[in-house]
Structure formats: C-alpha cells, structure tokens
Ligand binder design. Structure first.
Ligand SMILES: Nc1nc2c(ncn2[C@@H]2O[C@H](COP(=O)(O)OP(=O)(O)O)[C@@H](O)[C@H]2O)c(=O)[nH]1
Ligand SMILES: [Mg+2]
Length: 234
C-alpha cells in the first residue's frame, strides 16, 4: 500500500497538535498512505484531538498541559528516534497546510545527498505567490534581521516543514516550548553544524488555517524572536 517502489518504513512523521480535532484525522490518515509511521503529540488540547488521532491510526503521545509547539516536537522526536528502524524524521503540521508530496521530495534528498536536514522554503523561485502579502512581509523581515539565518543560506526561517536524519534527531534538544521553536531550530543547525539545505515547498493557506487567525501570533513571534536572540547564541 506504500506509494511507488520505495518503502518509507524508516521514516517517522512527528505532528505537533493543539486543538485540531476538525482536521487532524484526515491529515494523519492521508499522510499515512505514504508514511505509515506517524506520532502525534497532543499538547493539552481542549477539544477531541486525541480521539481523532487514535481514529486515524496514528500513535498518540500526550502532554497533560500545553507546553508549546517546540516542546511537542521534542517529545515526538524522542519517541520516534527509539522506534526500531527509524532513520528519518519529519516535522509536519496538523492543520493541513503541509503537502505530503513535498515530504516525499525532502526524504529523497536525505537518502541521496550529503545533508543532515532539509528545511522547507516558501520563497523559492515562483512559489511565494500563495503566501498572503502581510505574512510574506513578516517572514522576509525575520530573515533580513537574522544574520545567522542568512549565513546558513536559509530564506524562510519559520517553515515548520523539516526532514532530518538520526544525527539531528539524536542531538536535538529544543528547550523553548513556545512558537519560537523555529528560530531555536535555526540556532541548533548553527550550533551543531548540521549540513542543511532548503527544499521549495508549497504551504497551503486553507480556509481552516486562515480562520485560526495566526497573523497576530506571527507578529508576537517576531518580537519574541528578537528578545530571545541573545539567549539562543549557544
Ligand atoms: N503541540 C502543540 N502544537 C501546537 C501548538 N500551537 C500550534 N501547534 C501546532 O503546530 C502546527 C502549526 O501551528 P499553526 O497554528 O498552524 O501555525 P502556523 O505555523 O502559523 O501555520 C499545527 O500542527 C498546530 O496544531 C502548541 O501549543 N502545542
Ligand atoms: Mg498552520
């Protein structure tokens, strides 16, 4: 039932989940057709996310209280990296904004190129039209303000779609729970000298994702990133 000739038994999708009961079952079930190993970290959701995760046939790990997206990713990677045969790991959003096809391409690069981590970018040639203008401006500003991001050759510091190998999974030690995990991830790439490359991806801006109203959160992110910048020079 796996797609194509390659089996993805050695790949684990890590999905942080917070109040995504409306969509998580379909997102996880669709992804499972190509990537059978999925762990969802339900982070103290107040809705039925946990039941929906189980219904989708994914593994469920729960935080009793909300610890934030970074902490959930750390928990999920720690769970996945001790599973037999696990070689590759993917951070994937619960809300349907990420495309499974993009993950397929990223895993292929990990299998064939000398890289440790592949990070999605919305800003490759011809891909950014779908990004809402305000968001695009905010994301470009973050990259502009972050010398580290530019030095690493990254163009989209806040992309949640990433694929990486065991080296990264074993060393990963995200400590900031909140939404600043994206900046912390970039700091870790720098700190551990992981070989990084970008993969053009398409982020889907669905009615559902728009309705969650993230632009405000994103504004706070930028401020938080600025404040945390000193602490992340580790
Ligand atoms: N575990 C956990 N996941 C979260 C939290 N906040 C957001 N997420 C998840 O992280 C992913 C991205 O969050 P989202 O709100 O869509 O942010 P976006 O990056 O602006 O699209 C989704 O899968 C969310 O369910 C949180 O506090 N804890
Ligand atoms: Mg989203």
């Amino acid at each position: 039932m796996a797609s194509g000739s390659t089996s993805n038994d050695d790949v684990w999708l890590v999905i942080p989940v917070y109040n995504e009961a409306q969509v998580i079952r379909k997102v996880a079930a669709d992804a499972a057709r190509v990537f059978p190993n999925i762990v969802c970290v339900d982070d103290g959701s107040k809705d039925d996310s946990a039941d929906e995760i189980v219904a989708a046939g994914a593994r469920l790990v729960r935080h009793p209280v909300n610890l934030g997206q970074g902490a959930a990713i750390q928990t999920g990677v720690e769970y996945a990296r001790v599973q037999p045969g696990a070689r590759f790991f993917v951070t994937f959003d619960a809300d349907g904004q990420h495309r499974v096809d993009d993950v397929v391409a990223m895993i292929e690069r990990l299998r064939t190129e000398p890289v440790d981590i592949v990070v999605g970018t919305r800003f490759a040639e011809g891909r950014s039209e779908s990004v809402p203008p305000l968001r695009r401006m905010a994301l470009r500003t973050i990259v502009f303000l972050s010398p580290r991001t530019r030095r690493l050759g990254l163009t989209d510091a806040h992309n949640g779609l990433r694929a990486f190998n065991r080296t990264v999974a074993d060393q990963l030690d995200l400590m900031m729970g909140g939404m600043s995990h994206a900046s912390e991830f970039v700091a870790l790439i720098d700190h551990y000298n992981w070989r990084v490359t970008e993969q053009p991806v398409t982020i889907l801006y669905t009615d559902y994702s728009r309705a969650k109203g993230q632009s405000l959160i994103n504004g706070v992110n930028i401020v938080a990133d600025g404040l945390l910048h000193g602490r992340m020079r580790r």
